[in-house]
Design a protein around this ligand. Structure first.
Ligand code: FCB
Length: 510
């Protein structure tokens, strides 16, 4: 970083808007990975593009034990001393369980067209099976009404990680019975809410919660066993397909897609071995569940044949897991550099920071996929520790478009963690310049992918508001709206006002 860039980023870090109208200078253009300011000025989005934001039940709702809600694995995890940075929990979070009307009015102020939220399974079925809890259904029914009253499309994620604790006690996701329980739960939602919700994603980031929960132990239920991960992943594949059928049986208007986590992966070298390892990474981390749904098979994620026995795969499962999606949804945060680790001894696991940074040790991640994936730091790094690499979204969108025959794509999440807070000398505004820059550059690359033919119909910024960031607790802020957790006061950040203008004009130089 040269002196000028250092000064620019330091001032931006202090929340100072250096340039009139937040326009870029030559210095910003020189940041590794950044896109030229002309691309930002020329970027245009289609007229009916759905500008949205995303949240997850556990991260925003609070009310952890109200109205008959059962305990989830995240309640148990955060109530265990030592698991969450800062010792906070999601017990109250943003209190959106009570403040949803206010939050939807704020979304409307930002001209939002889509709101992606998730439903807490233990609010609907406190112990994971059986008759639904009417108070849980009523809550989400009122939430969906509030979303629609504000002219916003409700996009429902059925599962964003908060498994009923009772089901974990029955073996958790490695127990194949969960596929059936989950499909029942999904069917209940479609029956009660399917008259108003038409866009459903069964799972948020299925690789992450199965691997981090059962393979690496960084997330609840804190198990570190590769076989458990494989079994959990296979149950989730079956569950995804069974849910799609249950939802469509209960609601003729339903469309079903996904909310996968994906990182575009680049080989460390041009060697055949590194390129093959990169394909295995893509198969394992990006398209494992997508390929299963679209083609009823697993992609080539393993050096040898898939370890079917260890996965608990039964003859005929290929027919169960086949359930072509109506559209393909995925997140983009950052990228990976992948190398072959065929000859390394496996480390089994890896550790994680946040939901996106994996720090694989020197060895192979496991004895079956045998690659090593790292997040580079060539571009600037956010306060949450993720490398900013705008081009990644272009590469990912064009790759998925090509591999899956140009599906309709929803960008289900993208965003950046910066800690900017209200600044008294700026009349209490939150001048989060770095977030505006992040989105401007990334969205310029998304516009380029659309111009090149990708059928992207939405973009959901993570997140509408600052919220409980899993094991990092309140130490990260991803919102377009600042939340003061002492009194739940919301303050729209400069990035929120900017995003609202983008949504109205379908352009970025606003
Ligand atoms: C994604 C998660 C979301 C949030 C963001 C920062 O991986 O889906 O819940 O934690 O990261």
């Amino acid at each position: 970083m040269n002196r000028r860039q250092f000064v620019t980023s330091s001032l931006a870090a202090a929340g100072v808007t250096l340039l009139a109208n937040n326009r870029f200078t030559a210095a910003a253009d020189q940041v590794p990975g950044s896109v030229p300011s002309s691309s930002i000025q020329h970027a245009r989005f289609p007229d009916n593009f759905l500008w949205g934001t995303a949240t997850a039940a556990y991260q925003v709702e609070g009310a952890w034990n109200e109205d008959g809600k059962g305990e989830s694995i995240w309640d148990k995890f955060t109530h265990t001393v030592g698991k969450v940075k800062g010792g906070t929990t999601g017990d109250v979070a943003c209190d959106q369980y009570h403040l949803y009307r206010q939050d939807m009015a704020l979304a409307k102020r930002l001209n939002q067209k889509s709101y992606r939220f998730s439903i807490s399974w233990p609010r609907i079925q406190p112990s994971g099976t059986g008759v639904p809890n009417p108070k849980g259904i009523d809550h989400y029914s009122r939430l969906v009404d509030a979303i629609l009253e504000n002219g916003i499309r409700p996009f429902c994620t059925i599962y964003h990680w908060d498994l009923p604790q009772t089901l974990e006690e029955r073996g958790g996701w490695p127990n194949r019975d969960l596929a059936g329980y989950y499909a029942d739960y999904a069917g209940i939602l479609a029956k009660h809410l399917g008259d108003r919700i038409t866009v459903w994603a069964p799972f948020n980031m299925p690789w992450s919660f199965t691997y981090m929960g059962y393979g690496a132990g960084a997330f609840p239920p804190s198990r570190a066993n590769y076989g458990d991960f494989l079994k959990a992943a296979h149950t989730v594949t079956l569950a995804q397909a069974e849910a799609l059928r249950a939802i469509k049986a209960a609601s003729s208007k339903a469309t079903v897609g996904s909310a996968y986590g994906m990182c575009p992966a680049y080989p460390k070298s041009d060697s055949e071995a590194d390129r093959a390892a990169t394909s295995r990474y893509h198969a394992m981390n990006n398209v494992f569940f997508l390929e299963a749904a679209m083609h009823g098979r697993y992609p080539k994620a393993f050096v040898a044949e898939p370890p079917y026995e260890l996965m608990g795969f039964k003859p005929g499962d290929e027919k169960i897991m086949y359930a072509p999606l109506d559209w393909v949804g995925f997140h983009y945060y950052t990228r990976r550099i992948v190398s072959d680790a065929s000859n390394a001894s496996s480390s089994a696991g890896g550790s994680f920071s946040g939901t996106e940074i994996e720090t694989d040790s020197e060895g192979a991640r496991d004895p079956y996929t045998r690659f090593r994936a790292v997040m580079p730091t060539e571009g600037p790094v956010t306060e949450s520790g993720l490398e900013v690499w705008p081009r990644g979204i272009y590469d990912l969108v064009t790759q998925i478009s090509k591999e899956y025959d140009h599906p309709i794509i929803e960008i289900t999440e993208s965003g950046c963690g910066y800690l900017d807070a209200p600044y008294e000398k700026a009349n209490g505004r939150v001048p989060d310049t770095r977030r505006i820059e992040f989105f401007r550059q990334e969205l310029a690359e998304l516009a380029r992918a659309i111009a090149d033919g990708a059928r992207v119909r939405s973009f959901h910024a993570w997140s509408l508001l600052d919220n409980f960031e899993w094991a990092n607790g309140h130490c990260e802020r991803y919102g377009l709206i600042y939340v003061d957790y002492r009194d739940q006061k919301r303050t729209i950040k400069d990035s929120g006002f900017w995003y609202g203008r983008v949504s109205t004009s379908n352009r970025l130089d606003v």
